[in-house]
Design a binder for this molecule. Structure first.
Ligand SMILES: Nc1ncnc2c1ncn2[C@@H]1O[C@H](COP(=O)(O)OP(=O)(O)OP(=O)(O)O)[C@@H](O)[C@H]1O
Ligand SMILES: [Mg+2]
Length: 403
């Protein structure tokens, strides 16, 4: 038996009147709406005023989607939250897969019937509530009750000053604004990056996921000063680096950034130690090569040439080389793609340990969604754009990963 509408509204008013924490207000409202809709799966998405994205703050159901975010206008969440009118999508309707804020590569199954209700008060829209896998469409009355509950929540959120600020107070180290990269010209122009907006924070491990060809390496190379953009802005430590001089660029690549590649990129005729010293010579305050090798567990291997080491060991030398520069930022393009599970995991553990010791910010590209579990945030690129950003509230350690 469904509860009487008035009773539900009464309950929610009472509940919202009492709460003093946003999480309780959101989960209490979600529970009541799920009950009316006779549905088991839903999420509440809230606008973060700093980066203008909508974050999944609360979820109910099997799949934990908390921390995911989308931009205004993207997916049913971004559309309803920004547009302000609720929307129902029936199973089988075209565009259902695109409307879902998560994609299948993130391990999501495309849900059946979806209802998205805006969280808006008289001033503005603060986000939305998404119900998925509904058994059937709600009656007009039930839908209006749910909309009213969502509006009540939005009023209370404004009144009590609740807002989503997952990166509150953190100053981004690197900011990309509307970064566009095109190859070719005229009619054959190929836009590879179509307006990337992204912030990278000090001391975080940011993992970049996305299908082959979506522009991951292109973006990484632009961040690392190895490639230039066609339009847009890049700010490093508050300094505009969108159109750097040759000197600024060299200086940035040399002192600020370290690189780790899939195929290690070691000099074959130099020993492990020489491979590190050779890079360290050009920077101001390098780590001692022996200390760097020790940090990656290769003490005693100083004199080995790359050909005398396994893939995992070679990758560890390249990690030692990257960290030996004491860079603020390390960019890693699929560092474990060429390695088997166990070796790959060992390499990640070595990186994790080096991050802990040095506090370096890492941006790491991978195809492996399991690896994304150790990130502080996960950015998913799709077709040259940021598709979603997820904040991992509880990152796993590399030793807990399995693939
Ligand atoms: N120098 C270039 N000239 C023309 N097109 C390029 C160039 N470099 C990259 N592209 C194109 O840009 C697109 C994105 O390439 P990118 O290497 O960034 O993809 P990716 O996401 O890193 O893919 P993968 O996972 O396979 O490494 C591809 O379609 C690629 O063909
Ligand atoms: Mg690539």
């Amino acid at each position: 038996m469904k509860k009487h509408a008035l009773q539900s509204l009464w309950e929610i008013m009472e509940m919202l009147h009492q709460v003093d924490q946003m999480e309780s207000a959101l989960s209490g409202t979600l529970d009541l709406i799920l009950e009316i809709a006779e549905c088991e799966e839903g999420s509440v998405w809230i606008l973060n005023r700093e980066d203008k994205r909508y974050y999944a703050m609360i979820h109910a159901g099997k799949k934990d989607i908390s921390g995911f975010s989308v931009a205004a206008g993207e997916s049913i969440v971004g559309k309803v939250a920004a547009g302000g009118a609720s929307e129902y999508l029936k199973q089988g309707s075209s565009g259902l897969a695109q409307a879902y804020p998560l994609s299948t590569e993130q391990g999501a199954e495309i849900p059946q019937n979806m209802l998205c209700i805006p969280l808006k008060n008289i001033h503005e829209s603060l986000g939305c509530i998404l119900l998925t896998n509904l058994k059937e469409e709600l009656s007009e009355d039930d839908r209006r009750i749910c909309e009213n509950m969502a509006s009540l929540l939005a009023m209370v959120m404004e009144e009590k000053g609740f807002s989503a600020q997952p990166n509150q107070g953190r100053k981004p180290m690197i900011v990309l604004r509307n970064v566009i990269k095109e190859y070719g010209s005229g009619e054959t122009v190929n836009q590879v990056l179509k307006g990337i907006d992204l912030e990278i924070f000090e001391n975080e491990l940011l993992v970049v996921l996305g299908e082959s060809g979506c522009g991951k390496s292109t973006m990484l190379n632009i961040i690392g000063g190895m490639d230039t953009m066609t339009h847009g802005e890049l700010t490093i430590d508050g300094k505009d680096m969108s159109r750097p001089t040759e000197e600024e660029l060299t200086n940035y690549r040399r002192n600020f950034v370290g690189f780790i590649f899939q195929n290690y990129n070691l000099m074959p005729n130099l020993t492990a130690q020489e491979n590190i010293e050779f890079i360290a010579e050009i920077v101001e305050n390098p780590m001692d090569s022996a200390a760097a090798l020790d940090m990656v567990g290769l003490k005693g291997r100083e004199g080995n040439f790359p050909s005398q080491m396994s893939g995992g060991q070679q990758q560890r030398v390249s990690i030692a080389r990257a960290f030996a520069k004491r860079p603020r930022l390390i960019l890693a393009d699929e560092p474990t793609a060429a390695l088997d599970f166990q070796t790959g995991q060992e390499v990640l553990m070595v990186m994790e340990n080096a991050i802990k010791q040095t506090g370096t910010t890492i941006v790491m590209i991978t195809h492996n969604v399991e690896i994304a579990k150790m990130a502080n945030r996960v950015v998913k690129l799709k077709n040259g754009k940021v598709h979603s950003i997820r904040v991992n509230l509880h990152p796993l350690s590399a030793s807990e990963l399995v693939w």
